[in-house]
Every structure is written in structure tokens, then in C-alpha cells.
Design a protein around this ligand. Structure first.
Ligand code: ADP
Ligand code: MG
Length: 448
């Protein structure tokens, strides 16, 4: 297939299909290469690939067949990787000509949080590739870079790693690294003490790379968002790199202005998914190596299987174990690990399974996790929410008020109502019962 054939396919899809079906997905699929029976397309990230394979691909195949009269396989590549392979070197004005230590907050970067010390697995390899690309070619390919992922999955680590590489490669580059909360505080103080000129000088003019952590903090803070918006525009216009992190997707940040949200979509949004067991094991072994302690594989697997997904907690578990072993002068055997971590891991596991159930139910019913937890009470949300509450009640040790709290601070009577309602429906409606069993099965929960 030629590039022009691909363009023809796209034109056909646009002409014949409801925009709801291809928008905005098709626009972000770009032709890379093709031979007789395969076409390779670049996509922004793995979420796209999953969505496209499930939703767009079957009909895309039909259109390809209509245009080419043949069956071709579609292969997806990540844009970051395609670009890296093409060795792009754009023309960012990334000079760092006027190094000014007073404006530079790079000294706050944690040198231990580097790409070298970051363990790569399925869940984070895309984010890692995007970050490396940005660190090596600031303001060239992805500007801004928006990193998002759950708590303790490595966002701050990667932000540090970017800053460290930029500084290493160009010691004169002015790297401004701070949390959205610090940005807010500094803005308030500057307003109060009439130092806005200095503030703007620092963030808009004397900055080669702006790294802002936990941007969800700006939700609902209009004045800070306004200032950040202008800062963003000034830097982006001057081709300076901007990287922000958040614990959720831009559109899930409540109280984030539309204009800022759409700015975040200009560049690349890269997600970090929770680590699988193998990645957790690799992280544990790396950390114990750094401590100069040998961690038997069976102990690493035991911790990885029983700990939740938060890597900070995973490290905490390991630290606890190593501390206990040195305190008791006992070798780190599986038996010893079980003895000292049992109760501790149970608590973590309960937390993890609540998240798993909520996430799984949301996915099953095709609703957003934020909506499942949120205040809206549309019919579409009520049943999934009740089922999630029911499953959490049944399969975790959380109390009714605790469950209510996980659902946006609902009252425990709401939870009681949900649990009863589901019980009733299961008793009288076979289709409902089947659905509940199906949800439970996809979550790996027992269905009796
Ligand atoms: P977040 O900012 O997403 O909440 P952090 O970046 O603070 O998470 O990561 C939590 C801890 O886990 C840090 O100590 C970090 O160094 C470590 N960590 C996270 N991901 C990895 C990884 N892939 N490899 C090694 N350490 C990691
Ligand atoms: Mg963080």
C-alpha cells in the first residue's frame, strides 16, 4: 500500500462514517510504511492502539479492502519510537545562553532518580521512551509532555530524570523544577508582595525547561491557572520544553479550564500503568542490589505477588524487611519474609483490591472511573456503582463507611442500600445475576 492509498482510505472513512466513530482517532494515525500485506501506522500511545484495535480496526479493514481489494494486516508503532528511529533533530531554541543560577532550580533535582535507576516494564516503557526523547531533544518532538499515572508509579522519578539529563547535556540550561503547589504558593506571594515582574521573569523568560509536578493541584485555582496559561504560552512560543505530571488524565482534572486542557493535548500525553509482577520483582532486586543485600528470588516474588501496585509502598515493604533482617540478624529467607510481612501486606492488599474492583467495574461497564466515584446519578452510572460497592463489601474487609468514603464521600446508608439492592436483583433477575457473575469473573473474584 502506498501512502497515497492510505490517504484515500482515510478520505473514504471520513466520507462514509459517522465522525463519532473515527474522530479524533483517525487524525492521529499516521502512515509509516507498508508492503504487500502489512501497513504500519504510528499512534501516539498504547491507549490509542487498544482503542483502535477494538473499535476502529474492523471497519478500517473493510475500507482498506474496498480501496485496495486485498486484506492487509495493520501494525501499530508508537510515534515516540518512530521518531526516535528517524533521528529527528528539530530546531528548538534550546540554548541556555544566559545561565543564571539564581533562576535555576535544577539543584533541587534528585540525582538518584535517573533513567538508569528506573526499571522499565510493560506499564511504563512508553512513558520512559517519551521522557528520554524529551530529555535528549528538548522542545523538539513533544511539547508539552503530559505524564499521567497513579500514585507511586514513577512520575516524579521520571521528571527528575528528564531534568538531570537536560542539565548533564547542557549545564547552562535553566531547568525550573517544582510542584504545582509550589508554583501556586510562589504566585500568591509574588502577588502579595508586588513581585510579579520577577515572577514572570523567572518562569517566562529565564527558563529553558519547565518541569511541573502534580498539575492536578491547579484544579479549581483560577488565578494560578491563568498565570500558568500565560507562562505556558510564553515558553511554548519560545520553543522551551514543558513537562507536567498528574495523577489523572487532563480531562479528568476537575476545575481545569478548557483552554489549559487543550494546551496539554498539543503535545504528547503518556500514561504510566501499574507494574506487573515481573517489573515489581525487577524493582525489588535493583533496590536490594543498591543496598548491597542479596534478595532471594522467591522472596522477591512473594513480595511482588502480595504487595499492591504503588512502587513507593513496594520499596517501603522491602525496606521494612531488610531492616527487620538486620535487626534480628536473620537471613532474608522466604519463611522470615512471610513472618514479618504477613499483617503488613494484608493491609496493602485490601487497598489494592478496592482499586482493582472499582477500575474493573468501570471498565466492564465502559464508564469512567472518576464518574463511578463521582456525584452523578445517571442510570448509566447507578448500576455499575452499586455493583462495585457490593463486590467491595463482599470481597474486602472495608467497613460500610470506608466504602462510602471511596465513592466520593457517600454516606454508609447509601452503601447499605446498594448492597441490598444488588442482593435483591440477583435473587429475582437471571440476566442481572449473569452480569454480576461476569463482572466478578473478569476481576478474578469467586462467583459463589
Ligand atoms: P509518583 O510521583 O508517580 O507518585 P514517584 O516517582 O515518587 O511516584 O515514585 C515512587 C518511588 O518509586 C520513588 O522512590 C521512585 O524512585 C520509585 N520508582 C517508581 N517507579 C520506578 C521504576 N520503574 N523503577 C525504579 N524505581 C521506581
Ligand atoms: Mg510524585
Amino acid at each position: 500500500m502506498l501512502r497515497s492509498t492510505w490517504d484515500e482510505v482515510c478520505a473514504r472513512v471520513r466520507r462514509e462514517e459517522d465522525p463519532f466513530f473515527h474522530d479524533p482517532w483517525l487524525d492521529r494515525l499516521t502512515f509509516v510504511t507498508s508492503d504487500d500485506d502489512t501497513v504500519v501506522l504510528a499512534t501516539p500511545n498504547r491507549l490509542y492502539v487498544e482503542w483502535i484495535q477494538e473499535n476502529l480496526e474492523p471497519r478500517l479493514q473493510t475500507h482498506i479492502h474496498a480501496v485496495t481489494e486485498r486484506r492487509v494486516d495493520i501494525e501499530y508503532r508508537l510515534e515516540a519510537i518512530v521518531r526516535a528511529e528517524n533521528g529527528s533533530n528539530g530546531a528548538g531554541s534550546f540554548s541556555g545562553d544566559y545561565a543564571d543560577p539564581a533562576q535555576d532550580t535544577a539543584f533541587r533535582l534528585n540525582p538518584r532518580q535517573s533513567f538508569e535507576s528506573f526499571v522499565v516494564g510493560n506499564g511504563n516503557q512508553f512513558a520512559m521512551a517519551a521522557c528520554q526523547n524529551v530529555a535528549e531533544n528538548p522542545a523538539v518532538n513533544y511539547n508539552p509532555l503530559f505524564l499521567f499515572g497513579g500514585v507511586g508509579l514513577g512520575k516524579t522519578h521520571l521528571l527528575n530524570a528528564i531534568g538531570n539529563v537536560i542539565k548533564d547535556r547542557n549545564p547552562r540550561a535553566r531547568v525550573v523544577f517544582l510542584s504545582a503547589e509550589e508554583f501556586t504558593t510562589e504566585l500568591i506571594n509574588s502577588l502579595r508582595f508586588k513581585r510579579m515582574e520577577e515572577f514572570r521573569e523567572k518562569y517566562r523568560r529565564r527558563c529553558d525547561a519547565l518541569l511541573v509536578d502534580d498539575i492536578q493541584f491547579l484544579g479549581g485555582k483560577e488565578r494560578t491557572q491563568e498565570e500558568f496559561f500565560h507562562t505556558f504560552n510564553a515558553l511554548h512560543g519560545a520553543r522551551k520544553q514543558i513537562v507536567v505530571t498528574a495523577d489523572r488524565y487532563p480531562k479528568d482534572i476537575d476545575g481545569l479550564e478548557e483552554r489549559l486542557r487543550s494546551r496539554f493535548d498539543w503535545g504528547l500525553v503518556a500514561d504510566i500503568q501499574p507494574p506487573d509482577t515481573e517489573t515489581k520483582v525487577a524493582i525489588l532486586r535493583k533496590k536490594s542490589d543498591e543496598e548491597g543485600i542479596e534478595l532471594p528470588a522467591e522472596v522477591a516474588f512473594f513480595i511482588a505477588r502480595h504487595a499492591g501496585n504503588n512502587i513507593r509502598e513496594l520499596e517501603g515493604t522491602l525496606t521494612r524487611l531488610l531492616a527487620m533482617s538486620s535487626f534480628h540478624a536473620a537471613p532474608v529467607t522466604l519463611e522470615f519474609a512471610k513472618k514479618c510481612l504477613e499483617g503488613y501486606l494484608q493491609v496493602q492488599q485490601a487497598t489494592a483490591s478496592v482499586e482493582t474492583i472499582m477500575g474493573g467495574v468501570a471498565k466492564f461497564f465502559n464508564v469512567k472511573l472518576a464518574d463511578l466515584r463521582g456525584p452523578r446519578r445517571t442510570k448509566q452510572l447507578v448500576t455499575p456503582r452499586q455493583i462495585a460497592m457490593f463486590l467491595i463489601r463482599k470481597h474486602t474487609s472495608l467497613s460500610l463507611p470506608e466504602i462510602g468514603k471511596r465513592f466520593g464521600g457517600r454516606d454508609h446508608t447509601t452503601v447499605i442500600h446498594a448492597v441490598k439492592k444488588v442482593g435483591r436483583e440477583v435473587g429475582r433477575d437471571a440476566a442481572y445475576r449473569n452480569k454480576l457473575h461476569l463482572v466478578a469473573r473478569t476481576l478474578g473474584l469467586p462467583t459463589d
